[in-house]
Design a protein around this ligand. Structure first.
Ligand code: S3P
Length: 442
């Protein structure tokens, strides 16, 4: 169903404390690892979005029992590689890159071919990035040489440890290899460009034999097989990628203040905060604490007066990868020309985000210079909109929808944004929170 929303006025000033939905990366990782543990694991505040519901459905199809109620989600794991494999099984990963890339690793001992499918967006995305390492471990993929969904995976009895160079700075590739290593004889060695490290932190917490060494922009990881993982409960903190939309809405609105409670501020995820602070924001953390190795805090932000352009250091690319669209809106209102480079991976997301982000800025009258891997944004500190803006044909990318909504609320104009249901992918409460802050959406 295509639900269209309209925004006809910018948001009035607000001063609020909110919570946003649970972290997507941690929710998917908890579910997948709980399925490999022995017995009952519970998660509280699990993100109840489609990416997670598709994760739970895939696990159920593989014979895992799951109890879901309003308070918690319980997964009754059967141990490592104890899925109930059947002939002619099809798993649907929906829109989720993370689910689809990570679950393949848990199938590398399947005696039968398993078909993996996804929605229109996911079916355009590259899977050679995980097929290559999983083949090295000993799995087979069909049709041969195909790198997009649908694909079939067939496992093998003898999965052997590998050595792999991960050169895209992708946590999905790194995590896929780490999960496969749980099933492999020997020590798997990964040399990876830095990316979010939730899987490493969870492996340590679960006492899976892992060694991690951090070099300047590389992570060296060694993982060994484990025969048993104990069941584990988890309180999922809020998602910084979802929070980022409201941080930016506050920065771009007048006389406003916002606190977002209990957000995962793992340093491998906070690139957006560093970037926004360099552009003139004053975003601060309070009540910082650690939970099972993850850093958590309340985040506070105020309206910004003098935003300035940034030549964005590429060291932030991976830790801000899901936030660039919303950062581009800040660049649009900053003094000077912002420059973001080495971002070809942005075009590999749920939609080609570098391209579509630039197109939306152009619609707003902001000049950009775009290549396949970089964008220059010519900011306008007096940016105010008063035309009609129609957003459609963006492969239902949840983050394009949310970026456009924030643009309408921050800059004015008459916006008609298609496919409101896209928020169910990652942030079902997005529009409810906007209403709570006083945003008018029809
Ligand atoms: C994720 C990794 C990132 C990110 C995605 C979630 C994860 O993708 O964009 O939303 O949970 O591992 P890449 O690994 O492709 O960069």
């Amino acid at each position: 169903m295509n639900k269209v929303i309209s925004i006809n006025s910018s948001i009035k000033n607000f001063n609020k404390t909110i919570t946003v939905d649970g972290d997507k990366s941690l929710s998917i990782r908890w579910a997948l690892l709980a399925s490999q543990a022995e017995g009952r694991s519970k998660a509280y505040n699990l993100l109840m979005s489609e990416d997670i519901l598709f994760t739970l459905k895939c696990l159920k199809k593989l014979g895992i029992k799951i109890n879901l109620n309003k308070k918690y989600c319980e997964i009754i794991g059967k141990g490592i590689n104890n899925f109930n494999y059947k002939k002619n099984l099809t798993l649907n990963a929906g829109n989720s890159g993370t689910l689809s890339r990570l679950i393949l690793a848990l199938l590398i001992r399947s005696p039968f071919k398993i078909k993996l499918i996804g929605d229109r967006s996911l079916s355009k995305r590259d899977f050679s990035r995980v097929i290559r390492p999983l083949k090295k471990f000993g799995a087979s993929f069909y049709p041969k040489n195909k790198s997009t969904l649908p694909i079939y995976i067939k496992g093998s009895e003898s999965i052997k440890a590998i050595k792999y160079y991960e050169t895209k700075g992708s946590a999905q590739i790194k995590s896929c290899i780490m999960l496969a290593a749980l099933n492999a004889t020997g020590t798997t060695k990964i040399i990876a460009l830095k990316s979010r490290n939730h899987t490493e932190i969870l492996f340590k917490y679960l006492k899976i034999p892992i060694k991690v060494k951090n070099k300047k922009n590389l992570t060296l990881i060694e993982v060994k097989k484990k025969n048993q993982i104990d069941n584990f409960n988890y309180n999922i903190p809020s998602d910084i990628s979802s929070s980022a939309f409201f941080l930016v809405l506050t920065l771009l609105s007048k006389n406003s203040k916002l606190t977002i409670k209990n957000v995962n501020i793992n340093p491998s995820r906070t690139g957006c905060i560093s970037i926004l602070n360099k552009m003139g924001a004053k975003i601060t953390f309070k009540n910082t604490k650690y939970y099972k190795g993850e850093k958590i805090a309340d985040i506070s932000v105020k309206s910004a007066k003098n935003l300035k352009a940034i030549k964005c250091p590429t060291k932030y690319n991976s830790s801000a990868i899901d936030e660039f669209l919303i950062i581009f809106l800040v660049a649009a209102k900053s003094k000077g020309i912002s420059f973001f480079k080495n971002l070809s991976e942005l075009n590999q997301k749920e939609s080609p985000r570098l391209k579509l982000g630039s197109k939306i800025l152009n619609m707003m009258g902001i000049k950009t210079e775009l290549t396949n891997h970089s964008i220059k944004i010519f900011g306008n500190p007096n940016l105010k909109l008063n035309k009609v803006y129609k957003i459609k044909n963006y492969l239902k990318d949840h983050r394009i929808f949310m970026m456009s909504t924030i643009a309408g609320l921050a800059f004015g104009g008459n916006w008609k944004i298609n496919d409101a249901d896209s928020i169910n992918t990652s942030f079902p409460n997005f529009l409810k929170i906007i209403k709570n802050l006083g945003g008018k959406i029809r």
